[in-house]
Structures are given as structure tokens and as C-alpha cells.
Design a protein around this ligand. Sequence first.
Ligand SMILES: [Zn+2]
Length: 452
Amino acid sequence: MKTLKTVRIRSLKLTKRKYEKVAHAIDCFKESMKFLIDKCVENPIFRKVSKKGNVYYTYSSFPKIRKSFYYEWKALFPDLHTHYCHSSARITKDVLKSWNSWCFKKKKRLSNPIYKKNSMKLEECQCYLDRNYIVLVVEPRSTYYIPFTPNEFYDQLKTEKYGEITLRLNDERTVDIFIPFITEVELKEPTSLTSIDVNERSIELITISAHNVKITRVDSSEISTTHYSYSLKRKTIAKNIDNGEKYQPRVRKKLLNKYGRIERNKNKNDIHAMANIICDIVNEENSIVVMEDLTDIRDSSARQKNVTQWQKKKSKHMRRRLNRRNFKQFQTYLDYKATSPGHLVEYENPRDTSRTCLKCGKKTTCTTQIFKCSHCGYSIDRQVQVPINIAEKYLKKKLTQWEEHKDVASSVPAERQLMKMVLGELREFRDLIVRDVSQLDERYPFISFVAT
Ligand SMILES: [Zn+2]
């Protein structure tokens, strides 16, 4: 399995001439992005008609963009190296694709996308490593050497293979360099399965091996507290400076930015600490990690006018609270922390996992902490139920996939055997707590961690 880790290094202070050259290259790159985006948006080359007769645009091919506008591009930027066209066409494709999907999601035509970043991502032939230098080609047959001092991460992660390097302009005549190194990691043979459910104030995980089940709760209330207290702080700042006699928009913006930054950094630290605790458990148990697939999570707490028929409308305060949380950030951190030693990370659709009863399997909508089934009357802590349901859903899906493609299954018999045993253990555990919930506290006590 390939893993990709990006290292950020700051260059040494450049000479004025060299810095201006890099700045010029980035300006040209931005201009060429603007040119290509303006050319591509709703160009008849990309138009397609569906079976129903609706017109839509697809921007999925970067060679098509490059081929169509190359000669016009060359006339505009005669001095620039040809590969700048290729690089900017590559990013144009990404920008337009995401813009297109946003238009589709919002069901209206949004204003044309603009490339605002002060950076450029270049192909290997234009920007490459040479000892402790980055070699940058701006015009044909002229190279610029950007020196840097390697830091400890660079020395740790340095490999022969690396991807496209990104350069970002900095003040004080320095340049930020982002180098994605590619490393090959061998997958470890798992002995258990860990399913993780991320909640607003805690993270529940259940680790199932062939003979044992463990439930762990990691306290994450610190994060939501930080979100709340800093939102209050920013609210007061905005209010006071608005009402004051001296209206100073610059001061207001500066203060708001400052507190926003502090909040982000604080949460980042806490999330790292939590991910480290969970990663230690995963390493110890040597398990596959299963998490919820959180794509479109914001849709469920969307604005009232955008809510579809079957979604429940929520109040303004509730929506604000729900949209503040950063679940995905935690998942990304845990993902790379778990994959780098060679554990498998999988995502499972969380639909109905908090609504399905453990005893009878029917669905009940639940709004409180304690889940109570309206069909059979069974009740349990909602946050314990979700990871059990996720693990079962994942195991069932995996086993049916193997049943359907028997030839694939023969290649990994050991894993299949393990999955079967894990599913058996999970069912036994579930039956036990369905018979008597109090056993959950006696035989399987919560192991709690407070993330600090
Ligand atoms: Zn039930």
C-alpha cells in the first residue's frame, strides 16, 4: 500500500532578484489559471446532453483542456516554459470539477471560480530536488536554485519517490516548499476490528477480537467547550466594536482573525491528542479500523430553505452547534496515523446505525441520550449502540462480498476466517447485553480516557 506524506520546509532568505523571479513565475501561473478557467467555463467543447434533454458540462479531462487552448496560451505567454500550461491545466480541471459539483448541489449556477492562492504546483520536470536545493525552471533553459535547510521531518521521510512540489510565496523574501514523499508500507495481518463513532462530546470505540470485546470512551468535550467559548468571545468583540463610537473595521477584523486562529490551533492540538490515544489502542490490538463515512454530513444540518422533504428541520442554534464540529478533521488525522504503520482503514455508510434496535432490528427515531425502542421497549445508551451497529454492518457487507466472489475469497482465507470469528463474537456480545444491560457495566466496564 502506498502512503503519501507531505513535508513543509521554509527556504533560506533569497536574493532580491531570485525572489522577484519566483514571484513573477507565480503571478504568471495565476494569470494562466485565470485565462484557462475563463476559456473553459461553459465552453461548447465540454457540453453534453443527457437522455432527458438536459444540458450539462463535464470537465474531467485535463489533456483536452491543454490541447484545446495551448496555441492561444502560448501566444499570451511566449517566454514561459510550455509545462506551465500543463500544470495549470491540471489544476484548472480540479477547480472546475469541484465548482461543477457545487453548482449541482446548490441547484443553481454559481459565479465563475477564481484561483486566489499565492502558490503553484508544478510538474517534476519544472521543479525538482537536487541535494539541498529546489531547482525551478521558469523560462526554457534557465534554472534557479532555491536553497533550504532540511528539518527533522524531512530527514525522517525522505525517499527517492516524490510527487509534484508546491511553492508558496512568503513575506521576508522566503518561499514555503511542500514536498509529498511516497512510501511503500506493507499491510499488517489484523487480529481484531475496531469500530469508531465520533460524537459531539466523546468518542466511542469498540474493539472486537476473536475472544474478547472491549469498549472504550475517549472524552472530547474539551473541543466543543472551546468552540462555544470562542464563539462567545468573537461575538462580544464584534458587538462592542460595532456599537462603539470609534468604528474601526480594521481593528475588528484583526481581533476576530486572531481569536479564530487561536481557536483553530487549540482544537488542532486536542484532536491530535485524541487521535494519538486511539492510535495506541489500534497498534496494541493490531486491528482494522472502521469509521463512519461522513460525506454530505452538512446536508442534514443545512439551512431551512435547502432542507429536503424527508430531512428534519432544525433551529438556528442547533444548526450552528452541529456545523461547528470538526469530525472529518479527526478522521483524517487518525487515518494517516493508523495507515503509516500498516493498518487498514475502512469507511462504512452510517445510515440508520443510530436508529436500529439491537434486540429486534427495527427502526426507531431517537432524540435523547438513551435509545428506547418503540417496538419492543428495549433501551440502551445510544452511543454504545452505534459502534456495534457499524461493526456488524461492515462485517456483513464484507462477508457477503466474499460469498459472491468466491475466487477472490480464496486468496485471503485467514482474513475471512478471522472476520467470521469476529462476527460470531460480536453477536454473542450483543445477545449478552440484550438479555441484561447491567452486564455491560459489570463484565465490560468502560475504559475512559480524558484527552488533554
Ligand atoms: Zn426493538
